[in-house]
Design a protein around this ligand. Structure first.
Ligand SMILES: O=C[C@H](O)COP(=O)(O)O
Length: 333
């Protein structure tokens, strides 16, 4: 893969003011387009395995890619035993994801993660802990993770999270609309969620591990974008299969098709089970090759991850010192 991100200092691009896209206004549901979507599963799987095998970036280039990855993390805690204290620790890590000593050794100034991602009840402590920063709070919503609470409550939940201070809302779609091919119902639901979000950006979680086929993933991606999703996201992290490279390929190609037809860039968020630095680089390489450099910024790309940052920090420490520290030294929360 090309090592265009260059050296750690080259990552200084991420210190530039973030380019922000016009939001996706959506468009009428185009059923001809939706029905025309097909996926060649074996070709997708071949391409996905070739990118993982080909990836090889070393030394300064690797450090640069890893720093870029950090700026794109939605640093997440979504556990039933979350507490304000845990969220405060997570936010401290979000503000300073890599120790100042390491950053200095890499020739870098401060960076932050892309966002902090929590349940509704944890928005208030996150907001307090992130005061004085530009780090947005993302709240999972709409009966996360199953999305099966009453529709009116799901709308209300979005409105309450926005009122509480969430700038980004990660909604879950009704998988049954996809599984029954009711694309109009999926479109109407997504449209209503987008409206309830107001100025908050909306990420549509497809829960791809529960959609049955890659063709369904492609069609659901397209319908959610037509209904105004700002991002499409693979998974809640709670399905038995979460983010994968084949699913990523299908979703980012849907994003590319949508851009080619509408001129609108929709963001992408793989989530669930991405915990290794080398996997993060593979994802970034795939995005770069399929969508281009513009998508390698936090306004268009995020990792949804609870433990990825710890492994990245470990790899950066190895880059600087030549030895690995124990992973417990990089615990997140
Ligand atoms: O959206 C984020 C995911 O829930 C995080 O999943 P993870 O804990 O497997 O990194």
């Amino acid at each position: 893969m090309s090592t265009h991100v260059t050296t750690p200092a080259g990552i200084a691009q991420s210190h530039l003011p973030q380019v922000t896209e016009p939001r996706n206004p959506g468009m009428p549901l185009d059923m001809d387009w939706v029905r025309s979507v097909q996926v060649n599963t074996s070709a997708v799987e071949r391409r996905a395995s070739s990118i993982a095998a080909r990836r090889s970036v070393k030394k300064d280039h690797q450090a640069a890619w890893l720093l870029r990855a950090i700026t794109c993390i939605d640093l997440t805690t979504l556990s039933g035993d979350d507490t304000a204290r845990r969220v405060e620790r997570l936010c401290a890590k979000a503000r300073q994801p890599v120790s100042p000593d390491l950053m200095k050794a890499l020739g870098m100034g401060p960076i932050t993660v892309g966002a902090v991602c929590v349940y509704h009840e944890m928005i208030a402590p996150a907001k307090a802990a992130l005061t004085g920063t530009n780090i947005p709070i993302a709240a999972v919503s709409t009966g996360f993770p199953a999305g099966l609470s009453p529709f009116e409550l799901r709308i209300k939940e979005i409105e309450m999270s926005v009122a509480e201070g969430a700038a980004e809302i990660d909604i879950v779609i009704s998988r049954r609309h996809v599984l029954s091919g009711d694309w109009q119902a999926l479109y109407d639901e997504m449209r209503a969620f987008r409206t309830a979000c107001g100025d908050a950006h909306v990420k549509a979680i497809l829960a791809t591990g529960e959609l049955g086929s890659l063709r369904n993933v492609a069609r659901a991606s397209l319908v959610c974008m037509m209904a105004g999703a700002d991002f499409i996201k693979t998974s809640t992290g709670k399905e038995s299969v979460n983010a994968t490279l084949p699913v990523t390929l299908v979703m980012i190609r849907a994003i590319r098709d949508y851009f080619d037809r509408t001129g609108i860039r929709v963001g992408y968020k793989p989530a669930g089970g991405i915990s290794k630095a080398k996997d993060a680089i593979t994802y970034l390489a795939l995005i770069k090759e399929e969508l281009g450099d513009r998508w390698l910024r936090p306004d268009l790309f995020r990792f949804g991850a609870s433990s990825l940052l710890g492994d990245i920090e470990r790899q950066l420490e190895h880059h600087v010192t030549g030895s690995y520290s124990a992973s417990y030294r990089h615990a997140i929360s």
